[in-house]
Write a protein that binds this ligand. Structure first.
Ligand code: ACO
Length: 325
């Protein structure tokens, strides 16, 4: 059942670009290794101290304009992020204030890289049960703020960015045809940042990069391929479609090898696969809405196209959705 559709989308990334050559000056790595293992050539990195809610506002204002919607008319704001401006209040509330969405209810979702599709799932469900006419789903991350810039295993992978969509009631054939979300906390230690209420940070912790990303890359890779494949299959079944019905697939942009493994399993040809990981790196929750918005703005994806979205992230969490644009 399609209850809602995307009325407009937008994205924003910081101006500053960090290339693989720049990283060669910072850690023991090289362009060839990074490109071969991940497909990433550059990533956008925010200036220290800059505000993620400002970046998210830029993405949202573009989405609102394209949706021909006023911020005052937004009923609900859902933000997927693990790197909000502050521990509290929620990024969604800070964003609400910045864009002037005075009547909206606003809250965050913590599902790491799955944050956007978790948000879409929740927005779709709430639009079925509440009288919401205009809902903002935003995903914004500044993972650069929690990367250990001395750890070559992780610092080459991530970038900063924000993406947003405005949802309204579905019309005709268009809309979100299905969404599915999953998690398995058993694998929480594969990818985590230990900073939190259990361990109050000391000056030594900060000096020793304690509060940064810990990742078992190989294990995460294995789970990523299996979970993204399973979720996309499930979303296809829910929508009553087959892989061959998809005009485009947008996988979470974590690693080109993961993206290619997904494409192989679904027999998705190169021209149906949306990939921008080489320019943005892994922007976590923001990766899918950034890729979707780019593809909509450059005319790759058009009205009526059926698009499969699939993602995974820390938690572990994973999710998928089928959308008819
Ligand atoms: N430059 C050079 N060498 C490196 C680098 C680097 N940047 N990083 C690691 N290496 C070395 C390792 O030390 C290791 O050396 P050793 O064999 O002497 O010990 C060697 O390269 C191979 O390391 P692996 O970790 O086995 O390499 P792998 O082929 O698995 O690729 C990678 C690593 C790119 C991290 C891959 O495993 C991957 O992409 N995993 C998924 C990660 C991911 O997507 N994380 C995001 C999750 S989403 C979220 O929620 C944020």
């Amino acid at each position: 059942m399609q209850t809602c559709q995307i009325l407009g989308s937008g994205h924003a990334v910081p101006e500053r670009i960090l290339t693989n050559a720049d990283l060669e000056q910072m850690v023991d790595t090289n362009d060839e290794w990074i490109v071969e293992r991940s497909g990433i050539r550059q990533r956008h990195i925010a200036e220290p101290g800059s505000s993620l809610s400002d970046l998210a506002s830029a993405a949202v204002n573009r989405a609102l304009k394209r949706a021909d919607t006023r911020a005052e008319d937004i009923d609900l704001i859902i933000v997927g992020t693990v790197t909000g401006d502050m521990k509290f209040p929620a990024m969604a509330c800070l964003l609400q204030e910045k864009i002037g969405a005075k009547k909206a209810a606003a809250f965050d979702i913590s599902a790491a890289c799955s944050g956007f599709l978790y948000g879409l799932h929740l927005a779709r469900s709430l639009m079925q049960t509440c009288p919401y006419q205009r809902v903002l789903v935003v995903a914004a991350e500044m993972l650069s703020s929690m990367v250990n810039w001395e750890d070559r295993n992780t610092c080459v992978l991530f970038g900063d960015g924000a993406g947003a969509v405005v949802l309204g009631p579905a019309e005709g054939e268009c809309g979100i045809l299905s969404t599915t979300i999953h998690s398995d906390g058993h694998y929480s230690k594969l990818l985590y940042n230990p900073a939190g209420s259990q361990h109050v940070l000391s000056a030594e912790d900060i000096a020793s990069n304690y509060a940064t990303i810990n990742m078992q890359g190989r294990e995460v890779f294995r789970h990523a391929v299996a979970s993204m494949t399973g979720a996309l299959n499930e979303a296809l079944v829910q929508a009553g479609l087959r892989a061959a019905d998809l005009d485009f697939v947008i996988p979470h942009q974590a690693n080109l090898r993961i993206i290619e493994a997904i494409a192989k399993r679904f027999k998705v040809p190169h021209e149906k696969l949306i990939v921008n990981v080489e320019r943005f790196g892994n922007t976590s929750a923001a990766s899918i809405p950034i890729a979707l918005d780019e593809a909509l703005q450059n005319g790759t994806i058009n009205k009526g196209d059926v698009v499969g979205l699939t993602t995974f992230g820390a938690g572990l969490t994973w999710a998928a959705s089928i959308i008819r644009i």
